[in-house]
Design a protein around this ligand. Structure first.
Ligand SMILES: [Zn+2]
Length: 126
């Protein structure tokens, strides 16, 4: 988001992942100011680590995932009741999904700040 943030992010270049994130970034940058609190201070992209509570590598280990502002996330493991909640606006989710990013807010084990580049999941099956 050159206008609102200017932060440089490490992201995988394979399969156009970084190019698609750039498109997301440009569109997020054009959202009204009320959306900026979710996206200006992102939690991270590339980080070599397992998924919390498992030995499996996180998609962040491959540089294909991004976490938004942690202050507004709802994460199933942090939620004692495991009652689904979400604070991330649909406008932000729509922009990521349009460019091939799966939203963690759609998972049973929800993680609403998390988006990962999985274009194969948006391909039409004929
Ligand atoms: Zn994440």
């Amino acid at each position: 988001m050159p206008v609102h943030s200017g932060a440089k992010l490490l992201f995988n270049k394979n399969e156009n992942a970084a190019a698609q994130l750039k498109k997301v970034s440009d569109e997020l940058d054009n959202l009204p100011n009320e959306f900026m609190k979710y996206i200006v201070n992102i939690d991270g992209t590339y980080e070599y680590r397992p998924i919390e509570g498992t030995t499996r590598l996180s998609p962040h280990s491959y540089g294909i995932a991004i976490d938004l502002e942690v202050k507004y996330t709802c994460y199933w493991l942090w939620d004692k009741e495991h009652n689904y909640r979400n604070e991330i606006p649909k406008e932000i989710v729509d922009i990521f999904e349009k460019h091939g990013f799966v939203w963690g807010g759609r998972w049973y084990h929800y993680d609403t700040m998390h988006f990962e580049y999985r274009p194969e999941m948006f391909e039409r099956v004929l």
